[in-house]
Write a protein that binds this ligand. Sequence first.
Ligand code: NAG
Ligand code: NAG
Length: 423
Amino acid sequence: SEMTLLWLSRQLWRHRVKGLLVTLVKRTSHEDDRRAAATTDVRPIPEDPGKARPHTSTRGHPTESKRRRPPPLAFLKIHKTGSSTVQNLLFRLGEKEKAAFAFPYYTYQFAYPERFRSQFVDELPEGAAQFDILCSHMRLDLAQLRQVMPQNTVFFTLLRDPVRTFESVFSYFTATVPAFAQAKAAAAVARKSALSVFLESPESFWDPGEIRNGLAKNPMCFDLGLNSQGWNASWPEDLAQLEDAFQLVMIAEHFDESLVLLGALLGLDHEDLAYVRLNARSAGSVATLDEGTVGRLRSWNALDVLLYDFFLQLFWEKAELYGLDRLERDAALLREAAERLRQTCVARRGVPPGDLEDLLRPWQTDTATVVGYELRANLSQQQQGRCVRLTLPELQYHTSAGKNLLIANIPGIVRHSNVHLRK
Ligand SMILES: *[C@@H]1O[C@H](CO)[C@@H](O)[C@H](O)[C@H]1NC(C)=O
Ligand SMILES: *[C@@H]1O[C@H](CO)[C@@H](O)[C@H](O)[C@H]1NC(C)=O
Protein backbone atom coordinates (compact mmCIF):
# COMPACT_ATOMS: atom_id res chain seq x y z
CA SER A 1 0.00 0.00 0.00
CA GLU A 2 3.02 2.24 0.42
CA MET A 3 3.59 1.90 -3.33
CA THR A 4 -0.02 2.81 -4.01
CA LEU A 5 0.28 5.89 -1.86
CA LEU A 6 3.44 6.90 -3.63
CA TRP A 7 1.79 6.37 -6.99
CA LEU A 8 -1.24 8.36 -5.89
CA SER A 9 0.75 11.32 -4.67
CA ARG A 10 2.68 11.38 -7.93
CA GLN A 11 -0.54 11.45 -9.91
CA LEU A 12 -1.83 14.25 -7.72
CA TRP A 13 1.33 16.18 -8.28
CA ARG A 14 1.18 15.75 -12.04
CA HIS A 15 -2.39 16.91 -11.85
CA ARG A 16 -1.32 20.08 -10.07
CA VAL A 17 1.11 20.73 -12.87
CA LYS A 18 -1.70 20.52 -15.41
CA GLY A 19 -3.81 22.90 -13.35
CA LEU A 20 -1.00 25.41 -13.35
CA LEU A 21 -0.60 25.11 -17.09
CA VAL A 22 -4.24 26.08 -17.53
CA THR A 23 -3.69 29.13 -15.32
CA LEU A 24 -0.64 30.13 -17.32
CA VAL A 25 -2.27 29.74 -20.69
CA LYS A 26 -5.27 31.78 -19.55
CA ARG A 27 -3.04 34.47 -18.18
CA THR A 28 -0.83 34.80 -21.19
CA SER A 29 -3.66 34.76 -23.73
CA HIS A 30 -5.32 37.49 -21.71
CA GLU A 31 -2.07 39.44 -21.81
CA ASP A 32 -1.81 38.90 -25.55
CA ASP A 33 -5.31 40.30 -26.06
CA ARG A 34 -4.44 43.36 -24.04
CA ARG A 35 -1.25 43.88 -25.97
CA ALA A 36 -2.93 43.39 -29.31
CA ALA A 37 -5.36 46.16 -28.34
CA ALA A 38 -2.48 48.50 -27.67
CA THR A 39 0.09 47.59 -30.28
CA THR A 40 1.05 51.13 -31.20
CA ASP A 41 1.55 51.89 -27.53
CA VAL A 42 4.34 49.42 -27.10
CA ARG A 43 7.69 51.01 -27.61
CA PRO A 44 10.88 49.03 -27.27
CA ILE A 45 12.16 49.23 -23.74
CA PRO A 46 15.54 47.93 -22.68
CA GLU A 47 15.19 44.70 -20.77
CA ASP A 48 16.33 46.50 -17.66
CA PRO A 49 17.14 50.18 -17.50
CA GLY A 50 20.10 49.37 -15.28
CA LYS A 51 21.65 47.20 -17.91
CA ALA A 52 22.23 50.07 -20.31
CA ARG A 53 24.22 51.95 -17.72
CA PRO A 54 27.62 50.34 -17.63
CA HIS A 55 29.28 50.27 -14.27
CA THR A 56 32.55 48.68 -13.46
CA SER A 57 32.96 46.08 -10.81
CA THR A 58 36.08 46.04 -8.73
CA ARG A 59 37.41 43.40 -11.04
CA GLY A 60 37.29 46.09 -13.70
CA HIS A 61 35.01 44.62 -16.36
CA PRO A 62 31.71 46.14 -17.41
CA THR A 63 28.59 44.08 -16.69
CA GLU A 64 27.95 43.48 -20.40
CA SER A 65 31.10 41.46 -20.84
CA LYS A 66 30.62 37.78 -21.64
CA ARG A 67 30.96 35.81 -18.50
CA ARG A 68 32.03 32.24 -18.22
CA ARG A 69 29.44 29.54 -17.78
CA PRO A 70 29.02 28.85 -14.07
CA PRO A 71 30.17 25.46 -12.75
CA PRO A 72 27.55 22.89 -11.69
CA LEU A 73 25.83 23.99 -8.50
CA ALA A 74 24.28 22.27 -5.53
CA PHE A 75 22.46 24.65 -3.21
CA LEU A 76 21.33 23.02 0.00
CA LYS A 77 18.03 24.77 0.61
CA ILE A 78 17.56 24.95 4.38
CA HIS A 79 14.07 25.68 5.70
CA LYS A 80 13.21 29.25 6.74
CA THR A 81 16.64 30.79 6.29
CA GLY A 82 15.76 32.96 3.28
CA SER A 83 16.66 30.17 0.90
CA SER A 84 13.65 30.65 -1.42
CA THR A 85 15.18 33.93 -2.50
CA VAL A 86 18.44 32.20 -3.46
CA GLN A 87 16.57 29.37 -5.14
CA ASN A 88 14.65 31.82 -7.32
CA LEU A 89 17.93 33.40 -8.38
CA LEU A 90 19.22 29.95 -9.36
CA PHE A 91 16.05 29.13 -11.30
CA ARG A 92 16.48 32.34 -13.29
CA LEU A 93 20.19 31.77 -13.81
CA GLY A 94 19.57 28.18 -14.87
CA GLU A 95 16.94 29.16 -17.40
CA LYS A 96 19.28 31.75 -18.89
CA GLU A 97 22.13 29.25 -19.08
CA LYS A 98 19.86 26.44 -20.31
CA ALA A 99 21.05 24.39 -17.35
CA ALA A 100 19.78 20.88 -16.65
CA PHE A 101 18.06 20.98 -13.25
CA ALA A 102 18.15 18.01 -10.92
CA PHE A 103 14.50 18.12 -9.87
CA PRO A 104 12.74 15.91 -7.37
CA TYR A 105 10.97 13.00 -9.00
CA TYR A 106 7.75 14.38 -7.64
CA THR A 107 6.70 17.40 -5.56
CA TYR A 108 9.03 20.30 -4.97
CA GLN A 109 11.33 18.54 -2.51
CA PHE A 110 13.36 15.33 -2.37
CA ALA A 111 11.08 13.05 -0.28
CA TYR A 112 11.65 15.33 2.69
CA PRO A 113 12.18 14.62 5.59
CA GLU A 114 13.73 11.33 4.53
CA ARG A 115 17.48 11.41 4.12
CA PHE A 116 18.36 12.19 0.48
CA ARG A 117 18.90 9.31 -1.91
CA SER A 118 20.00 9.56 -5.52
CA GLN A 119 16.86 7.81 -6.76
CA PHE A 120 14.73 10.74 -5.53
CA VAL A 121 15.99 12.72 -8.53
CA ASP A 122 13.97 12.89 -11.72
CA GLU A 123 15.69 11.69 -14.88
CA LEU A 124 18.25 13.76 -16.78
CA PRO A 125 16.55 16.05 -19.34
CA GLU A 126 16.86 14.80 -22.91
CA GLY A 127 20.07 15.95 -24.55
CA ALA A 128 21.76 16.86 -21.27
CA ALA A 129 25.03 15.14 -20.37
CA GLN A 130 24.91 15.99 -16.67
CA PHE A 131 22.93 17.86 -14.05
CA ASP A 132 23.96 21.48 -13.69
CA ILE A 133 21.85 22.78 -10.82
CA LEU A 134 20.21 21.20 -7.81
CA CYS A 135 18.39 23.53 -5.42
CA SER A 136 15.32 21.83 -3.92
CA HIS A 137 14.68 21.00 -0.26
CA MET A 138 16.25 17.83 1.07
CA ARG A 139 17.74 16.34 4.17
CA LEU A 140 21.35 16.10 3.08
CA ASP A 141 23.32 12.94 2.50
CA LEU A 142 26.60 14.07 0.99
CA ALA A 143 27.65 10.72 -0.46
CA GLN A 144 24.28 10.27 -2.19
CA LEU A 145 24.28 13.83 -3.49
CA ARG A 146 27.75 13.35 -4.94
CA GLN A 147 26.42 10.42 -6.95
CA VAL A 148 23.99 12.75 -8.68
CA MET A 149 26.10 15.84 -9.32
CA PRO A 150 29.33 16.13 -11.39
CA GLN A 151 32.67 16.10 -9.63
CA ASN A 152 33.36 19.80 -10.04
CA THR A 153 30.06 20.85 -8.43
CA VAL A 154 30.16 23.88 -6.16
CA PHE A 155 28.27 23.20 -2.93
CA PHE A 156 26.82 26.10 -1.01
CA THR A 157 24.09 26.86 1.47
CA LEU A 158 22.55 29.61 3.59
CA LEU A 159 22.27 29.76 7.38
CA ARG A 160 20.32 32.21 9.50
CA ASP A 161 20.41 33.24 13.15
CA PRO A 162 19.08 30.08 14.86
CA VAL A 163 16.64 32.04 17.01
CA ARG A 164 14.99 33.68 13.99
CA THR A 165 15.11 30.41 12.06
CA PHE A 166 13.34 28.48 14.77
CA GLU A 167 10.71 31.16 15.30
CA SER A 168 9.99 31.06 11.58
CA VAL A 169 9.97 27.25 11.39
CA PHE A 170 7.57 27.18 14.34
CA SER A 171 5.23 29.75 12.86
CA TYR A 172 5.21 28.18 9.41
CA PHE A 173 4.91 24.53 10.45
CA THR A 174 2.83 24.77 13.65
CA ALA A 175 0.15 22.53 12.17
CA THR A 176 2.39 20.03 10.39
CA VAL A 177 5.18 19.25 12.87
CA PRO A 178 3.53 17.02 15.52
CA ALA A 179 5.51 18.45 18.46
CA PHE A 180 4.36 21.98 17.51
CA ALA A 181 0.76 20.92 16.91
CA GLN A 182 0.58 19.39 20.39
CA ALA A 183 1.97 22.57 21.93
CA LYS A 184 -0.63 24.57 20.02
CA ALA A 185 -3.42 22.40 21.39
CA ALA A 186 -2.07 22.84 24.93
CA ALA A 187 -1.71 26.58 24.37
CA ALA A 188 -5.37 26.92 23.40
CA VAL A 189 -6.26 25.57 26.84
CA ALA A 190 -3.66 27.69 28.67
CA ARG A 191 -4.50 30.81 26.61
CA LYS A 192 -0.85 31.42 25.85
CA SER A 193 1.09 31.53 22.61
CA ALA A 194 1.93 28.11 21.19
CA LEU A 195 5.62 29.01 21.00
CA SER A 196 5.86 29.97 24.69
CA VAL A 197 4.02 26.82 25.76
CA PHE A 198 6.34 24.73 23.60
CA LEU A 199 9.46 26.38 25.03
CA GLU A 200 8.34 25.93 28.65
CA SER A 201 8.80 22.16 28.28
CA PRO A 202 9.81 21.19 24.75
CA GLU A 203 10.80 17.67 25.77
CA SER A 204 7.20 16.93 26.76
CA PHE A 205 5.96 17.58 23.21
CA TRP A 206 8.90 16.20 21.30
CA ASP A 207 9.00 12.55 20.28
CA PRO A 208 12.43 12.10 18.67
CA GLY A 209 11.34 8.84 17.04
CA GLU A 210 8.74 10.65 14.92
CA ILE A 211 10.50 11.68 11.70
CA ARG A 212 8.09 14.57 11.09
CA ASN A 213 9.55 16.12 14.24
CA GLY A 214 12.87 16.64 12.46
CA LEU A 215 12.31 20.38 12.26
CA ALA A 216 11.27 20.63 15.93
CA LYS A 217 14.82 20.83 17.26
CA ASN A 218 17.97 22.21 15.57
CA PRO A 219 16.22 22.43 12.18
CA MET A 220 19.31 23.65 10.31
CA CYS A 221 21.38 20.69 11.57
CA PHE A 222 18.53 18.41 10.56
CA ASP A 223 18.48 19.68 6.96
CA LEU A 224 22.27 19.44 6.78
CA GLY A 225 22.05 15.76 7.75
CA LEU A 226 23.87 16.30 11.04
CA ASN A 227 22.73 14.67 14.23
CA SER A 228 20.13 17.24 15.30
CA GLN A 229 18.93 15.49 18.44
CA GLY A 230 22.01 15.81 20.60
CA TRP A 231 25.75 16.32 20.56
CA ASN A 232 27.94 13.21 20.43
CA ALA A 233 31.56 12.41 19.68
CA SER A 234 31.08 12.19 15.87
CA TRP A 235 29.38 15.58 15.60
CA PRO A 236 32.54 17.71 15.17
CA GLU A 237 33.80 15.28 12.54
CA ASP A 238 30.52 15.52 10.64
CA LEU A 239 30.72 19.28 10.83
CA ALA A 240 34.29 19.22 9.49
CA GLN A 241 33.03 17.16 6.56
CA LEU A 242 30.49 19.84 5.75
CA GLU A 243 33.17 22.49 5.99
CA ASP A 244 35.20 20.53 3.44
CA ALA A 245 32.30 19.95 1.09
CA PHE A 246 30.77 23.43 1.07
CA GLN A 247 32.71 26.14 -0.70
CA LEU A 248 30.45 28.82 0.68
CA VAL A 249 28.05 29.05 3.58
CA MET A 250 26.11 32.27 3.25
CA ILE A 251 24.67 34.11 6.24
CA ALA A 252 21.17 35.57 6.04
CA GLU A 253 22.06 38.44 8.36
CA HIS A 254 24.64 39.51 5.76
CA PHE A 255 22.63 38.54 2.73
CA ASP A 256 23.92 41.02 0.15
CA GLU A 257 27.53 40.45 1.22
CA SER A 258 26.90 36.71 0.95
CA LEU A 259 25.61 37.16 -2.59
CA VAL A 260 28.69 39.15 -3.52
CA LEU A 261 30.88 36.27 -2.31
CA LEU A 262 28.68 33.84 -4.25
CA GLY A 263 28.99 36.01 -7.34
CA ALA A 264 32.77 36.03 -7.00
CA LEU A 265 32.82 32.26 -6.60
CA LEU A 266 30.65 31.61 -9.65
CA GLY A 267 31.63 34.54 -11.86
CA LEU A 268 28.20 36.19 -11.76
CA ASP A 269 27.52 39.90 -12.12
CA HIS A 270 25.22 42.16 -10.13
CA GLU A 271 22.38 41.79 -12.61
CA ASP A 272 22.45 38.01 -12.13
CA LEU A 273 22.31 38.49 -8.39
CA ALA A 274 19.44 40.98 -8.21
CA TYR A 275 16.51 39.64 -6.22
CA VAL A 276 13.35 40.37 -4.28
CA ARG A 277 12.75 38.68 -0.95
CA LEU A 278 10.45 35.71 -1.44
CA ASN A 279 8.29 33.65 0.91
CA ALA A 280 8.30 36.33 3.60
CA ARG A 281 5.59 36.35 6.24
CA SER A 282 3.33 39.32 6.87
CA ALA A 283 4.50 41.47 9.79
CA GLY A 284 1.59 40.17 11.88
CA SER A 285 2.81 36.57 11.53
CA VAL A 286 6.27 37.31 12.94
CA ALA A 287 6.56 36.99 16.73
CA THR A 288 8.54 39.49 18.77
CA LEU A 289 10.70 37.61 21.23
CA ASP A 290 11.55 38.70 24.75
CA GLU A 291 14.92 37.95 26.32
CA GLY A 292 13.69 34.88 28.18
CA THR A 293 12.27 33.38 25.00
CA VAL A 294 15.49 34.03 23.12
CA GLY A 295 17.44 32.23 25.87
CA ARG A 296 15.14 29.22 25.77
CA LEU A 297 15.29 29.12 21.99
CA ARG A 298 19.07 29.15 22.07
CA SER A 299 19.37 26.37 24.60
CA TRP A 300 16.76 24.16 22.84
CA ASN A 301 18.60 24.71 19.55
CA ALA A 302 22.11 24.59 20.96
CA LEU A 303 23.49 22.58 18.04
CA ASP A 304 22.12 25.08 15.54
CA VAL A 305 23.82 27.81 17.58
CA LEU A 306 27.13 25.91 17.38
CA LEU A 307 26.66 25.37 13.66
CA TYR A 308 25.80 29.00 12.99
CA ASP A 309 28.63 30.43 15.08
CA PHE A 310 31.10 28.14 13.37
CA PHE A 311 30.09 29.16 9.86
CA LEU A 312 29.65 32.82 10.80
CA GLN A 313 33.31 32.90 11.75
CA LEU A 314 34.24 31.19 8.48
CA PHE A 315 32.13 33.73 6.63
CA TRP A 316 34.08 36.63 8.13
CA GLU A 317 37.36 34.90 7.25
CA LYS A 318 36.18 34.70 3.62
CA ALA A 319 34.99 38.30 3.79
CA GLU A 320 38.40 39.44 4.97
CA LEU A 321 40.11 37.55 2.18
CA TYR A 322 37.84 39.32 -0.29
CA GLY A 323 38.54 42.65 1.43
CA LEU A 324 35.99 44.21 3.77
CA ASP A 325 35.88 47.60 2.02
CA ARG A 326 35.59 45.98 -1.35
CA LEU A 327 32.82 43.73 -0.03
CA GLU A 328 30.83 46.72 1.24
CA ARG A 329 31.29 48.57 -2.05
CA ASP A 330 30.15 45.58 -4.09
CA ALA A 331 27.22 44.93 -1.77
CA ALA A 332 26.11 48.54 -2.29
CA LEU A 333 26.34 48.09 -6.10
CA LEU A 334 24.32 44.90 -5.83
CA ARG A 335 21.66 46.67 -3.77
CA GLU A 336 21.44 49.35 -6.46
CA ALA A 337 21.02 46.76 -9.22
CA ALA A 338 18.37 44.97 -7.18
CA GLU A 339 16.56 48.22 -6.44
CA ARG A 340 16.49 49.14 -10.15
CA LEU A 341 14.95 45.79 -10.99
CA ARG A 342 12.36 46.17 -8.21
CA GLN A 343 11.50 49.65 -9.46
CA THR A 344 10.99 48.24 -12.93
CA CYS A 345 8.88 45.27 -11.87
CA VAL A 346 7.05 45.79 -8.64
CA ALA A 347 3.96 47.95 -8.17
CA ARG A 348 3.24 46.82 -4.60
CA ARG A 349 5.13 44.67 -2.11
CA GLY A 350 3.92 42.84 1.01
CA VAL A 351 0.66 42.03 -0.81
CA PRO A 352 -1.66 39.69 1.13
CA PRO A 353 -2.50 36.37 -0.57
CA GLY A 354 -6.13 37.31 -1.21
CA ASP A 355 -5.05 40.19 -3.47
CA LEU A 356 -2.67 38.08 -5.56
CA GLU A 357 -3.45 36.16 -8.72
CA ASP A 358 -2.87 32.38 -8.56
CA LEU A 359 0.39 32.50 -10.47
CA LEU A 360 2.10 34.82 -8.00
CA ARG A 361 0.45 33.67 -4.77
CA PRO A 362 2.91 31.96 -2.42
CA TRP A 363 1.89 28.73 -0.71
CA GLN A 364 0.12 29.46 2.56
CA THR A 365 0.11 27.45 5.77
CA ASP A 366 -2.66 27.38 8.38
CA THR A 367 -0.61 29.40 10.81
CA ALA A 368 1.35 32.01 8.85
CA THR A 369 0.38 34.53 6.18
CA VAL A 370 2.93 34.63 3.39
CA VAL A 371 2.90 37.79 1.30
CA GLY A 372 3.87 38.39 -2.32
CA TYR A 373 4.29 41.01 -5.03
CA GLU A 374 2.01 42.76 -7.46
CA LEU A 375 3.71 43.59 -10.75
CA ARG A 376 3.37 46.84 -12.67
CA ALA A 377 0.63 46.71 -15.27
CA ASN A 378 2.58 48.48 -18.01
CA LEU A 379 5.48 46.08 -18.53
CA SER A 380 6.79 45.23 -21.97
CA GLN A 381 6.70 41.56 -23.01
CA GLN A 382 10.31 41.06 -22.17
CA GLN A 383 10.06 42.85 -18.87
CA GLN A 384 7.03 40.78 -18.03
CA GLY A 385 8.96 37.58 -18.61
CA ARG A 386 11.71 38.79 -16.34
CA CYS A 387 9.48 40.24 -13.64
CA VAL A 388 7.17 37.23 -13.37
CA ARG A 389 10.21 35.02 -12.83
CA LEU A 390 11.63 37.41 -10.25
CA THR A 391 8.51 37.14 -8.12
CA LEU A 392 7.38 33.61 -8.96
CA PRO A 393 6.90 31.52 -5.80
CA GLU A 394 8.83 28.32 -5.28
CA LEU A 395 6.02 25.87 -6.01
CA GLN A 396 4.99 27.55 -9.21
CA TYR A 397 8.58 27.81 -10.45
CA HIS A 398 9.18 24.17 -9.62
CA THR A 399 6.15 22.79 -11.39
CA SER A 400 6.69 24.98 -14.40
CA ALA A 401 10.46 25.06 -14.74
CA GLY A 402 10.52 21.34 -14.03
CA LYS A 403 8.28 20.65 -16.92
CA ASN A 404 9.16 23.72 -18.95
CA LEU A 405 5.59 24.89 -18.96
CA LEU A 406 6.31 28.41 -17.94
CA ILE A 407 9.07 28.70 -20.47
CA ALA A 408 6.59 27.72 -23.14
CA ASN A 409 4.04 30.29 -22.10
CA ILE A 410 5.71 33.44 -20.90
CA PRO A 411 6.89 35.53 -23.82
CA GLY A 412 10.44 36.53 -24.50
CA ILE A 413 12.15 33.34 -23.42
CA VAL A 414 13.33 30.52 -25.64
CA ARG A 415 11.57 27.27 -25.07
CA HIS A 416 13.70 24.27 -24.10
CA SER A 417 12.94 20.87 -25.48
CA ASN A 418 13.20 18.68 -22.43
CA VAL A 419 9.52 18.30 -21.62
CA HIS A 420 9.14 14.73 -20.47
CA LEU A 421 5.96 13.94 -18.65
CA ARG A 422 6.25 10.46 -17.30
CA LYS A 423 3.67 7.91 -18.38
C1 NAG B 1 26.39 10.02 16.94
O1 NAG B 1 25.08 10.07 16.39
C2 NAG B 1 24.98 9.64 15.06
C3 NAG B 1 23.56 9.89 14.58
O2 NAG B 1 22.62 9.42 15.50
C4 NAG B 1 25.41 8.19 14.95
O3 NAG B 1 25.34 7.78 13.60
C5 NAG B 1 26.84 8.07 15.46
O4 NAG B 1 27.22 6.71 15.44
C6 NAG B 1 26.95 8.61 16.86
N1 NAG B 1 28.37 8.63 17.24
C7 NAG B 1 28.82 8.23 18.44
C8 NAG B 1 30.28 8.30 18.62
O5 NAG B 1 28.06 7.82 19.30
C1 NAG C 1 4.91 52.36 -15.78
O1 NAG C 1 4.19 53.07 -14.79
C2 NAG C 1 5.00 53.63 -13.76
C3 NAG C 1 4.10 54.19 -12.67
O2 NAG C 1 2.81 54.40 -13.10
C4 NAG C 1 5.91 54.67 -14.37
O3 NAG C 1 6.72 55.27 -13.38
C5 NAG C 1 6.80 53.99 -15.40
O4 NAG C 1 7.61 54.92 -16.04
C6 NAG C 1 5.94 53.26 -16.43
N1 NAG C 1 6.84 52.46 -17.26
C7 NAG C 1 6.74 52.39 -18.57
C8 NAG C 1 7.72 51.50 -19.22
O5 NAG C 1 5.92 53.00 -19.21
